[in-house]
Write a protein that binds this ligand. Structure first.
Ligand code: PEP
Ligand code: MG
Length: 762
């Protein structure tokens, strides 16, 4: 059954346009299952109806005409109940409703199953049979499995507006794509996909009427590919093994004008552009090869796609945008990538970067945290959106809601420009008070620190008011290299920072790689990276890495007394003891070395990140061992709620405003105060207006955040009353869920005239 399912889904996926794809799906299901009819209905939520979109067996002319109300007939019932319905004699069912247009009088047996994606019923798929019988369990399982597989495809096609995908370039109309908010802010600019690799499976098919030009383009690309392939085989010499020779033979056969070329050119004459024609022909070939029993033939599917990607590259190289050709990055660039990484951002010209769009990742992925640190709007997790439709397109990015608008129409564009202007005015107002003290209207003083490290120093620029660095993430210098940085390289970096702010506390966290921060030269392959070998777990297993880093930090602090060392991912007391022992060892070594040149080494303050829930219950014992705590709400939220912070699919479940997370945070500040140990919050919650206010109400007095948020939070603090917020705390902590919590705080912000910030992620 699995092979049949795969074959059907593969074949249907290759058909451009949703309606022809569904029509073929109906036929394939009817033939494979040997039933008398198959029909597919899609939900239209504005009209509250299921529209017949495809059928083989019912009256074809009824397609797009028959609309069944959500409360009507068996199709409506399947959608309402969100479960399969298998009936021997449909006309005798109380919910049966006769629709003359579909001509189904002759059918008795009925089975229908909902097509659901992300909890939403997108449609219903049904099979019917003339005889009155119950469909077997196998038939039911087949239909249900098929419906789950096509749900995602339908959702994507609907999101992208499938009919647009087959329009000509000039008609490409506005598309609204929803992702996950990554970094607040608005931007209008041009999508730039760096080093875009042209691949058939990423290509969005388009039509073209310029048949002759497209055929010329295709032929030219084939010629270039032929000489490239020739060169490749020449370079490999004569002594090629037989199997490699066979691949080159296949390449040459395919490049022959009478082979692939004839079919591609036929498709061009049917109205597709050169690249789309190649895709349509090749994918159908590849699917046939992949479905063959013979494993040798199956593997040839890979070769066909590989060669065709080379041809595609040569087609696109000729037609690609001026940007791609000149490799010039426009002034208003919106960086788009499958997964935006820190090194990618470090290399991108900051003055051109208006926003970031990452196809993968979520709100608390480190790419999003980095975007926030740089003050650049970002949207994450656009699921299956092909990069091709974003490259060189005009994009509007709304980092508050997670919306990306592709090729906005004129009126929408004017509205976006207006919103951007309003936002700029708010930023100006906030910045005017940037240097004023961080105290509430009723005199509660807050210490605001900065989170740094992610963008290699960028965060500190123009940041005058921070009381120091509450979190320096040391990972990035490790990620930007192709090997572990030496002790000296690290020393230079840390010294620069410690020396620049001798009177301010500088909290440096020891290496926290693993999870979504991999090192290319130290690969870790794990099923569950966030529950695996990361942070202190890794560095304690590799004391040589830990000691080199701690020695670099200590050497950098000679003659200064501002170094705080912070330990990430602590989950047990023995880890604290082990880390302290190693720090003690490094301290004695460095102190001895320093004394030879008259240098004085002060004892660093040592702290623990509170980000694994287990430590909440052992705070008194840990407090006896260290000098301070720093709460990492990003990981604490992920581990308390069991929601991977990097996974787009569960991103709606991830919220630091979940009352359980807030209760844990309240418990932490109460326990820390009882132990008289200083505590800071350095997770992203501290840099959000609502989050900062809730934390203040709980009793936190030190918050560390990205430099970009610092001005905003300072402004918020200066315009509220701590006593009023304390009065709201009970209500917040007994709320049902994150939305209720935000509502309470947002209403308060509105009442204080800070409504502009509510939109800004409060
Ligand atoms: C946290 O987990 O809240 C934190 C500050 O650390 P990171 O985001 O680097 O894991
Ligand atoms: Mg963390």
């Amino acid at each position: 059954m699995l092979t049949t399912l795969k074959r059907i889904v593969q074949e249907v996926n290759q058909i451009p346009g949703l309606e022809p794809a569904l029509a073929r799906l109906a036929t394939l299901v009817k033939e494979t299952m040997k039933v008398d009819s198959c029909a597919i209905y899609l939900a239209d939520y504005t009209q509250q109806v299921m529209v017949l979109k495809a059928t083989d067996g019912l009256e074809k002319s009824a397609v797009n005409k028959v609309k069944i109300g959500f409360n009507e007939g068996l199709i409506g019932l399947v959608g309402q109940r969100e479960e399969p319905l298998n009936i021997e004699n449909a006309p005798s069912h109380p919910r049966f409703k006769h629709f003359e247009e579909v001509n189904e009088d002759k059918f008795f047996a009925f089975i229908g199953t909902p097509i659901i994606h992300q909890r939403k019923v997108l449609g219903v798929m049904s099979m019917q049979q003339k005889s009155a019988r119950r469909f077997s369990e196998d038939e039911e399982a087949f239909l249900v499995t098929l419906a789950t597989q096509i749900g995602l495809e339908i959702a994507n096609a609907e999101m992208l507006g499938s009919s647009d995908l087959v329009n000509e370039d000039t008609n490409f109309s506005q598309k609204n794509i929803n992702g996950v908010p990554g970094s607040s802010g608005l931007a209008l600019g041009r999508g730039v996909v760096l080093n875009m690799k042209h691949e058939l499976n990423q290509l969005v098919v388009k039509k073209s009427r310029a048949h002759k030009e497209e055929i010329d383009l295709y032929r030219k690309a084939v010629e270039i590919t032929r000489s490239q392939v020739g060169l490749l085989s020449d370079n490999l010499g004569d002594s090629l093994p037989e199997d490699v020779k066979a691949i080159f033979q296949l390449y040459h056969q395919l490049l022959d004008a009478n082979s692939l070329g004839r079919e591609v050119e036929q498709k061009i004459r049917e109205g597709w552009n050169a690249a789309s024609s190649l895709k349509l022909v090749v994918e159908s070939y590849a699917a046939k090869f992949a479905a063959m029993e013979d494993s040798y033939m199956q593997e040839r599917a890979v070769d066909i796609v590989d060669l065709s990607n080379r041809i595609l590259h040569n087609i696109m190289d000729d037609t690609s945008s001026p940007i791609a050709r000149s490799s010039a990055i426009p002034k208003d660039a919106i960086l788009v990538a499958k997964e935006v990484t820190a090194p990618m951002l470090a290399e991108f010209p900051a003055e051109n970067l208006k926003a970031i769009v990452s196809i993968q990742g979520s709100n608390n992925s480190h790419a999003a945290i980095l975007a926030r640190a740089m003050g650049v709007p970002a949207v994450m997790g656009l699921a299956k959106v092909p990069l091709g439709i974003l490259n060189n397109a005009e994009l509007f990015v709304d980092g508050y809601s997670g919306l990306v608008v592709v090729e906005p129409e004129n009126q929408a564009k004017q509205e976006f420009l207006q919103l951007i202007a309003e936002e700029e005015a708010l930023v100006k107002r906030i910045s005017s008070e940037a240097d004023a003290p961080s105290a509430t209207l009723d005199g509660c003083s807050m210490t605001l620190l900065v989170n740094a490290g992610l963008s290699a120093g960028l965060e500190m620029e123009g940041n005058k008011m921070g009381a120091g660095v509450g979190l320096f993430r040391t990972e990035i210098p490790f990620m930007l290299r192709e090997r572990f940085p030496s002790e000296h390289e690290q020393y230079v970096l840390y010294r620069e920072l410690l020396e620049a702010y001798p009177d301010k506390e500088m909290t440096m966290r020891t290496l926290d790689v693993g999870g979504d921060k991999p090192l290319s030269y130290f690969p870790i392959n794990e099923e569950n990276p966030f529950l695996g070998w990361r942070g202190i777990r890794l560095t304690l297993d590799h004391p040589e890495i830990f000691l080199v880093q701690v020695r670099a930090m200590l050497r950098a602090s000679i003659g200064l007394s501002n170094l705080h060392i912070l330990l990430p991912m602590i989950s047990s007391i023995s880890e604290v003891d082990d880390a302290k022992r190693l720090i003690g060892q490094a301290f004695h070594e460095v102190r001895e070395e320093a004394s030879k040149t008259g240098g004085i080494l002060s004892k660093p303050a040592i702290g623990v990140m509170l980000e694994v829930p287990a430590v909440i219950f052992q705070l008194p014992q840990i407090a006896e061992r260290v000098d301070f705590f720093s709460v990492g709400t990003n990981d604490l939220t992920q581990y308390l709620l069991a929601v991977d912070r990097n996974n787009t699919r569960v991103s709606s479940l991830y919220s630091s405003y979940h009352p359980s997370v807030l209760l844990a945070l309240h418990q932490i500040v109460k326990s820390s105060n009882a132990c008289s140990i200083p505590v800071t919050v350095c997770g992203e919650l501290a840099g959000e207006p609502a989050g900062a206010l809730i934390l203040m109400a709980m009793g936190y007095r030190k918050l560390s955040m990205n430099a970009h948020s610092l001005r905003k939070i300072n402004w918020v603090i200066r315009n509220v009353e701590e006593a009023e917020l304390r009065g709201l705390l009970d209500q917040v902590l007994t709320s049902k869920g994150p939305e209720d919590v935000k509502l309470i705080v947002n209403n308060y912000l509105e009442s204080k005239g800070l409504g502009g910030l509510v939109r800004a992620g409060a």
